[in-house]
Ligand binder design. Structure first.
Ligand code: ZN
Length: 621
């Protein structure tokens, strides 16, 4: 599309800059000028001025200035021709087209169809609105809205309506207004019959939410079933006005608030938008589907670069959150995640806790990394290296999207801390994965980051080399003592061989370990370093035996203490989360656990190796 020379000049003179800018920000007259809070930088007192006489705007805060087109290009993030088109639309002026004959014909035809459909959508909206308030059927839908807490002002402002349970009420209405059969067919308000002839109303027995473009023109409709039926939500199909995944519900209402607050809250559904909006939290948009699309992200980027994602906490919501995070991060957004307690969505939460409660939670939203880490930790067993591998590989794709290396390194540090792995090795492995564009970290790499604790090494050395102490120690040990350790598989094997009545010799163990090079290497080291010299045989040095036995018992005790401390640290993270989200039911559960762990801690603190010495004495007799 080419805009003829001279047209933009003409339009600039014709357009009322105050009216165009007034669509985006609220302006107040003071002297010869109008003043507003600048939409391009954050401010509380207006320094953005509009001089209608000169058709010019200037911000004394950030220095942005220009004519009506400059303003639209800046605020919509669009190129000049599109700005001209937007201004022309707002002023009700058609752009004359110059290009090839065919192009211009096609363009004119499309433009004509768009104009027709806008008119039809306008009629349809009136029809839906009337049905909601004036028919018995509609009133049931209306009472559903009332029940969900939508008041009349909101209903009217968003032009909510009702599609009656009928096959042809809509098409008859449109015909009565003068729409042709072809126009109705193209409108998306009817569904074509499979036989190819005729059509029937698309929306039946549904609450209808008009979907607008950023200019506030109704481009499509979304319908929610009122009684029983499938699907629960139904949208308009694609038309000349509507392309799926290109619009965000409510953005035409919320964009000013979004700019002012400098962040947007992304929600899923219509009510998740309407209820907070009605309660005064106005900087929201709804994705109109389960997950965000790239185009929606680009649309948002025109207005804001910071987002709090607040989807349903159910599994579909978690998946949608993750998908949205990927897209937002790829576009360079700063992203946080809010998960509401008790499985509530924003609509339910605000109805039960009010907007203040909601705003309080918004302030305490999690960084997206914490969200991803906690989701990954929840769904994998952190006690085993393979579980840690799964966890890390679930986090990796998101971590890679952080462009800032310093920020990334900080996150690596915290993740390593959370997963109890060596942070330096983890960062190296992570950077390797980024450099090689690898999607995964190997189990080997993760295992390497799990530190072999000195006590763990000591205990294994003794178990492997001292048969008499081994049997005695194994009576006291359970799987809980070694699961989660770097060497858990070696412990497991020793126990397995013991049950089979076999000695844990190097050949027996290494055969079972198979290809695990690292474990075999470690095993070899452990078997060579015999801690007690030779204790078996005729001349048993009793005091030496006692000493090694005590060392084994102390090692086990130390491992138990470390494990308990780790459990307590992990529990504390969960407690903090529950406190952050005011989840009192979960909190009291966790406090019980904390109490339980404290009890264990006291028991461990009382240990002095006495019972083990007793055991040695009994054995000696
Ligand atoms: Zn400014």
């Amino acid at each position: 599309m080419r805009i003829p020379r001279g047209f933009s000049e003409e339009l600039r003179n014709k357009a009322d800059i105050l009216q165009v800018i007034g669509d985006y920000v609220s302006c107040k007259k003071k002297g010869a000028n109008y003043w507003a809070c600048c939409p391009f930088h954050h401010e509380k007192t207006p320094s953005f001025s509009i001089t209608p006489a000169k058709q010019f705007f200037k911000c004394f805060g950030c220095g942005k200035a220009g004519d009506v087109f400059a303003f639209v290009m800046e605020i919509e993030g669009c190129p000049f021709p599109e700005a001209v088109k937007i201004v022309a639309d707002k002023c009700g002026v058609t752009i004359p087209i110059v290009s090839t004959k065919e192009d211009s014909k096609e363009f004119e035809e499309r433009d004509r169809q768009r104009a027709e459909l806008m008119q039809i959508n306008q009629w349809a909206t009136e029809f839906f609105e009337q049905n909601l308030t004036e028919t018995a059927e509609g009133k049931r839908a209306l009472s559903y809205l009332t029940q969900r807490g939508i008041n009349n002002d909101t209903r009217k402002a968003f032009r909510l309506g009702y599609a009656p349970q009928s096959w042809d009420a809509m098409s008859n209405f449109l015909r009565s207004r003068g729409a042709s059969k072809t126009q109705i067919e193209r409108s998306g308000l009817v569904t074509l019959k499979e036989q190819g002839t005729g059509f029937y109303d698309r929306f039946r027995g549904r609450l209808v939410f008009p979907i607008c473009d950023t200019q506030g023109r109704i481009v499509a409709f979304g319908g929610r079933i009122v009684a029983e039926g499938e699907p629960k939500y139904l949208n308009s199909p694609e038309t000349v006005l509507y392309t799926k995944g290109q619009h965000l519900f409510g953005l035409n209402y919320s964009r000013e608030a979004i700019r002012k607050q400098n962040y947007a809250i992304l929600v899923e559904g219509y009510l998740d938008f309407l209820i907070p909006y009605q309660a005064g939290v106005k900087n929201l948009v709804a994705s109109l589907g389960t997950a965000l699309t790239e185009n929606q992200v680009r649309l948002l980027a025109r207005y804001v670069r910071q987002i709090i994602v607040n989807f349903d906490p159910d599994s579909a919501g978690v998946a949608a959150t993750k998908r949205s995070l990927e897209l937002l991060l790829a576009e360079g957004f700063k992203v946080k995640v809010l998960t509401l307690p008790d499985n509530l969505d924003p609509d339910e939460y605000i109805r039960s806790h009010g907007s203040d409660g909601y705003l309080g939670l918004l302030k305490r939203s999690q960084s997206f990394v914490d969200y991803i880490v906690e989701e990954a930790v929840k769904s994998n067993n952190q006690e085993s290296p393979s579980g840690k591998v799964e966890t890390i590989n679930a986090i990796l794709p998101y971590l890679k999207l952080i462009k800032d290396r310093i920020e990334r390194a900080e996150h690596c540090e915290r993740i390593a801390d959370r997963l109890k792995i060596d942070s330096k090795l983890f960062r190296e492995e992570f950077n390797k994965a980024v450099d090689t564009r690898s999607e995964k970290i190997s189990e080997r790499a993760v295992t390497a980051t799990i530190v072999v604790k000195p006590a763990e090494r000591k205990l294994l050395e003794i178990l492997l080399n001292q048969a008499s102490i081994r049997r005695q120690m194994m009576l006291q040990m359970t799987a809980d003592d070694y699961e989660g350790l770097r060497t858990a598989h070696i412990f497991r094997l020793i126990f397995k061989l013991e049950r089979q009545g076999r000695e844990p010799t190097y050949p027996a163990l290494s055969e079972e370990l198979g290809d695990e090079d690292m474990a075999r290497e470690l095993l070899a080291k452990l078997m060579i370093s015999d801690p007690g010299d030779v204790l078996e045989g005729a001349a048993i040095d009793q005091s030496r035996l006692e000493q090694v036995t005590r060392e084994a018992a102390e090692s086990l005790h130390s491992l138990r203490c470390t494990k308990l401390a780790e459990k307590q640290a992990a529990l504390q993270i969960e407690i903090n989360q529950a406190q952050r989200s005011n989840n009192s039911a979960r909190l009291s559960e966790l406090m019980m656990l904390k109490f339980e762990l404290a009890k264990q801690e006291r028991a461990l603190a009382q240990w002095n190796g006495q019972e083990d010495k007793e055991a040695v004495k009994i054995k000696k007799q």
